[in-house]
Design a protein around this ligand. Sequence first.
Ligand SMILES: [Zn+2]
Length: 165
Amino acid sequence: MRELSGRGTLGTVNALTILAASAALIPTPPVLKYQRGQPEGVNPLGVACYEPATDTIYFDGPMLHRSVRAHETGHAFDDQILTAGDRVYFQRLMHAPAGPWDPEGDGTNSPSEWFAEYYAAAAMNHDPRVEANVAYVQPGPKRLVRFRKALVRLAARRGITDTFE
Ligand SMILES: [Zn+2]
């Protein structure tokens, strides 16, 4: 509700629709560890990074912010859950750039980064209609709803019961 207060631009029906859409809990990967600092042999990638070899989210600083944790959990979900077919599906659903899912040496505009951003937006109950995303991909409102539903369906099919907290 916090993000809806004080805006005055949304009617009751829209607000209820948004709450219903955001009520779905976002599934998380089965194994996730946390470690302060940087993984050995990996260049610093910013405030945090996910290391697939050890299923670990590394982070700098005194704490891991929830929004950053959500983004890195998206990478972990990608690594541990998604199949090649799932990635094709999500790349289309998000209207992410064409090409390889996770190209070598890419910055922020790869489909894998789009997935992490969409995942974070879904996990944080971000509403693109009333607030701009803080990071580098701006999910479309309808696409974010479809993304959220697709994640929940995928989790049901694969028997994933843990959800983002
Ligand atoms: Zn990322």
